[in-house]
Design a protein around this ligand. Structure first.
Ligand code: UDP
Length: 469
C-alpha cells in the first residue's frame, strides 16, 4: 500500500469524553482507509495514566500523539468554570499548534484539522496553512442543534434562559426547559457563556461537522440538521471506544472476575463519569438506596465533593487514594454478598458489555449513553453537569430507555426513591420495556455501522472528501 498522503490532525479539548470517541474514529481512519493521524493533546495539567494508555492503544505506525507544551492557567480566578478551562487549554496552545501544523503540511499533501466543540479557535491557524477545519461533535444531535441556534437565541432572548417561561424549541427536538440547558448557558454574564457563544458562532465556518449519533436515536433532530446543509453534517455514530486499554489489567480483571460470578442480567452498574461525584450526604443516601433495593451492584465510588462548585462540576484529585470511609457505617459489610465498590475508575465499556450487567445508573455523559446503547443496557438517568440534563431528556423522553429518579427541590434524591427506581429497572415491568426498547436501538446501532448502513455511508462520504480535497 502507498504511504498515506492524507493526514488528519486531531485536537481534542481536555477530558476523556472528548478523547474516547475520537480515538475510535481515528482507529477506523487508519485501519480501514490508510490515513495517518496525529493527536495533539493540550495539557493544562499533566496527562493521566488513563489518557496515556488510551492513546498508546492506537497503532503506533500510523497514529502519533504529541503532548503540547503545558499552558499556564494560574491567572484564572478560583471560581473559573470548567468550560473556560477547556476552551483556554486549546486557545493557549495555539502557538504550538501552529508550529506542528506547519510541519505537517510540509510532509503531507492533504491535511485536515479535526477539533471538538471547544476547539474552534484553532480554525484561524488551520486556514493560515490551508488546512481544512472540521468539527467532531461528541454529544447529541439535540445539543448540536442548540449550538447552531445559539447565536440566534443570543440575539433574540433577553435575560437569562433559565427564566424563560416557555421551553426552548429546537427543530425536531423535545422542548427543553431553560433550566435544563447546557450549564454555561445558565449565566450569560459569565466568561464561560461568552467562550461557548464564540465557539458556536464559528461552527458555521467548519467545512463539515461529524456527529457521534445516528438517526434511530434522535430521528427528529437529525432529520432537521440534515435539511440544513451548511455546514454539511455527517452522523457517523455510534463511535465508542470499546477496546481494553493497556495498563488497565488489574482493576479490569478484579471487577470483571466479580461480574463473571454474578447471575446473568442481575447487576446495576453505578458510575457518574470521568468528573462527577456528589455531596457526602447524597453518596450516603445512594449507598442506603442501593442496599434497600436488594439488587446487585457494581459502584465506582468517588470521594464526595467538599464544596459544590456553582456549575455542578467537581474535580476529583487525580492522585486520590482509595478510601471508602465516608460510606455509611457497616454498608460494605452488609452488602458484600451482592455489591462491589471500586475506586476511582472502572473499565466501563467492558462492564456494560458483560452479560451480568442489567442496568446503568449514569450521569448521562454522551459517551456513556452510547456505550449503553451499543450494549443494550437501560439507564437510571442522574445528570450532574455540562449538557447532561439535556442528554437525560433525550434518553428518557425521546429514546425512552431511561428512568429518572425524582429529586427534592434542592436536587437531593432520597434512598426510598433510589431503591424504587433501581428495583423497577432491574426487576420491574417498566425495566423490561426499557430493555426491549434499548435492545432495538442496539440492533439499529449495529445496522447503521454495517457496510451499507447510514453511519458507514456518512463516514465514507467524509473520508472521500478528505482524500480528494
Ligand atoms: N469511563 C471509564 N471508566 C470510568 C469512568 C468513565 O472508562 O470509571 C469512560 C466512559 O466509558 C466514557 C468516558 O470515560 O467513555 C466518559 O465520557 P462521558 O461522555 O460519558 O462523560 P464525561 O465523564 O466525560 O462527562
Amino acid at each position: 500500500m502507498d504511504p498515506p498522503q492524507a493526514h488528519i490532525a486531531i485536537l481534542p479539548s481536555p477530558g476523556l469524553g472528548h478523547l474516547n470517541p475520537l480515538v475510535d474514529f481515528a482507529r477506523r481512519l487508519v485501519t480501514d482507509h490508510n490515513f495517518s493521524v496525529t493527536f495533539l493533546i493540550p495539557t493544562d495539567v499533566p496527562p493521566t495514566q488513563t489518557e496515556k494508555s488510551i492513546l498508546e492503544s492506537l497503532p503506533s505506525d500510523s497514529v502519533d500523539h504529541i503532548y503540547l507544551p503545558p499552558v499556564n492557567m494560574d491567572d484564572l480566578p478560583k471560581d473559573t468554570k470548567f468550560v473556560t478551562f477547556l476552551t483556554l487549554a486549546v486557545t493557549r496552545s495555539l502557538p504550538s499548534l501552529r508550529t506542528i501544523l506547519k510541519s505537517l503540511v510540509s510532509r503531507f499533501s492533504r491535511v485536515t484539522l479535526l477539533v471538538d466543540l471547544f476547539g474552534t479557535e484553532a480554525f484561524h491557524a488551520a486556514r493560515e496553512f490551508n488546512v481544512a477545519p472540521y468539527i467532531f461533535y461528541t454529544s447529541t444531535a439535540m445539543d448540536l442543534s442548540l449550538f447552531l441556534h445559539m447565536p440566534h437565541l443570543d440575539e433574540t432572548v433577553s435575560g437569562e434562559y433559565r427564566h424563560l417561561t416557555e421551553p426552548v424549541r429546537l427543530p425536531g427536538c423535545v422542548p427543553i426547559p431553560g433550566t435544563e440547558l447546557f450549564d454555561p448557558l445558565q449565566d450569560r454574564t459569565n466568561d464561560a457563556y461568552k467562550l461557548v457563544l464564540g465557539n458556536a458562532k464559528r461552527f458555521r465556518e467548519a467545512e463539515g461537522i461529524i456527529l457521534n449519533s445516528f438517526k434511530e436515536l434522535e430521528p427528529g433532530a437529525i432529520e432537521a440538521l440534515l435539511r440544513n446543509p451548511e455546514p454539511p453534517i455527517y452522523p457517523v455514530g455510534p463511535m465508542v471506544n470499546m477496546s481494553p486499554r493497556k495498563n488497565d489489567a488489574e482493576s479490569s480483571s478484579l471487577c470483571l472476575a466479580w461480574l463473571e460470578k454474578q447471575p446473568r442480567g442481575s447487576v446495576l452498574f453505578v458510575s457518574f463519569g470521568s468528573g462527577g461525584t456528589h455531596s457526602l450526604e447524597q453518596i450516603k443516601e445512594i449507598a442506603l438506596g442501593l442496599e434497600m433495593s436488594g439488587q446487585r451492584f457494581l459502584w465506582v465510588v468517588r470521594k464526595p465533593f467538599q464544596v459544590k462548585k456553582e456549575d455542578g462540576t467537581t474535580y476529583f484529585d487525580r492522585n486520590e487514594k482509595p478510601s471508602f470511609d465516608f460510606l455509611p457505617d457497616g454498608f460494605l459489610d452488609r452488602t458484600k454478598e451482592v455489591g462491589m465498590v471500586m475506586h476511582p475508575w472502572a473499565p466501563q465499556a467492558q462492564i456494560l458489555a458483560h452479560p451480568s450487567t442489567a442496568g446503568f445508573m449514569s450521569h448521562c455523559g454522551w459517551n456513556s449513553s452510547l456505550e449503553s446503547v451499543v450494549n443494550g443496557v437501560p439507564v437510571v438517568a442522574w445528570p450532574l453537569y455540562a449538557e447532561q440534563k439535556m442528554n437525560a431528556i433525550v434518553l428518557s423522553e425521546e429514546m425512552k430507555v431511561a428512568l429518572r429518579p425524582k429529586a427534592r427541590e434542592n436536587g437531593f434524591v432520597e434512598k426510598e426513591e433510589i431503591a424504587k427506581v433501581v428495583k423497577s429497572l432491574i426487576k420491574g415491568e417498566e425495566g423490561k420495556e426499557l430493555r426491549n426498547r434499548i435492545g432495538k436501538l442496539k440492533e439499529a446501532a449495529a445496522k447503521t455501522l454495517s457496510p451499507h448502513g447510514a453511519s458507514t455511508k456518512a463516514f465514507l462520504e467524509v473520508v472521500a472528501k478528505w482524500k480528494n480535497q
